[in-house]
Write a protein that binds this ligand. Structure first.
Ligand SMILES: [Zn+2]
Length: 288
């Protein structure tokens, strides 16, 4: 199943790139939305941008994140197949455009819930009022929906200063938002309150809560388990220590990039964040 998802995603990416070079414009033209069953009544939608979490049941539809506005009709078609194309709740894991890009398309019908900093940062940009979260919180909040407790938990100063993870208690599913790039170096948005140390601390918190039975939805990449998240955490932590040690030995970022992190991590730099970008992020996130 995982291999199939990955293949579909890779081919979508290749087709996307081809269409981009051929027409120069609509990078969403060939994006399809794939529905992946996760556990209980929870599914994950893969398209382009952050993975979408869905709870579908007697109370209706709740979704986590909404990718990009041009994909809203395709996302609604996938939700209709799960019961309804108009979600009662829309939860945002953080404020980046590949996770909240469809908010204006859903906000008239759905109650948008997110950390208060999502609202602050979106309102400070050019988002219309209809796209803004209407229920906000500081540390955490629970929604009782489709027979289970859905809890949003703030992850401070990690990927950004706006992030939460979402835990479905009865189905035992966690949506990590961009605190998990499955199999790739993460983006840590230093310009918007993110820190590498906070990111690592947040991963440790989550790993202390979940079990081997928990299904883990990453912000980007295929559906995962706790051991996949542990693997990601170890790569993030070990490479950070490596880079910090070299920085303390007065190596420049350029010298650390030239030395590299080792051939066994080559595939980790093939996603959004190259090895060079990751080294630079860690280098800039810690004092010497
Ligand atoms: Zn993000």
């Amino acid at each position: 199943m995982k291999n199939k998802c990955l293949l579909v995603k890779i081919s979508a990416l290749v087709i996307g790139l081809l269409s981009f070079s051929a027409h120069g414009q609509d990078r969403f033209a060939n994006v399809t939305i794939e529905t992946v069953p996760v556990a209980g009544n929870i599914s994950m939608l893969i398209g382009q941008g952050g993975n979408i979490g869905v709870s579908a049941g007697d109370d209706g539809i709740l979704i986590i994140d909404d990718q990009f506005a041009p994909l809203a009709d395709r996302i609604k078609a996938a939700l209709e197949a799960l019961g309804s194309d108009s979600p009662k709740f829309l939860l945002n894991t953080h404020f980046h455009g590949d996770h909240v890009g469809g908010n204006a398309e859903f906000g008239a019908e759905s109650v948008i819930v997110a950390h208060e900093n999502v609202r602050i940062r979106m309102a400070g940009g050019d988002a219309p009022a209809v796209a803004l979260p209407v229920v906000t919180y500081d540390d955490d909040v629970s929604i009782h929906f489709n027979g289970e407790t859905v809890t949003l938990i703030h992850m401070p100063r990690g990927h950004t200063d706006t992030d939460s993870v979402v835990y479905f208690e009865e189905s035992d599913v966690i949506h990590m938002g961009d605190h998990f790039f499955n199999g790739a170096f993460p983006f840590v948005d230093l310009a918007n309150g993110g820190t590498v140390q906070g990111y690592i601390d947040n991963l440790e918190r989550v790993l202390s809560w979940i079990t081997d039975d928990t299904s883990v939805i990453p912000g980007h990449g295929p559906l995962a388990s706790k051991s996949d998240l542990m693997n990601f955490y170890n790569v993030v932590k070990d490479t950070s220590i490596d880079i910090r040690v070299k920085k303390s030995q007065r190596m420049s970022a350029e010298e650390i990039v030239a030395e590299g992190l080792g051939p066994e991590l080559e595939s980790w730099g093939q996603g959004f964040i190259s090895e060079e970008a990751w080294i630079t992020t860690v280098f800039n996130s810690y004092p010497r």
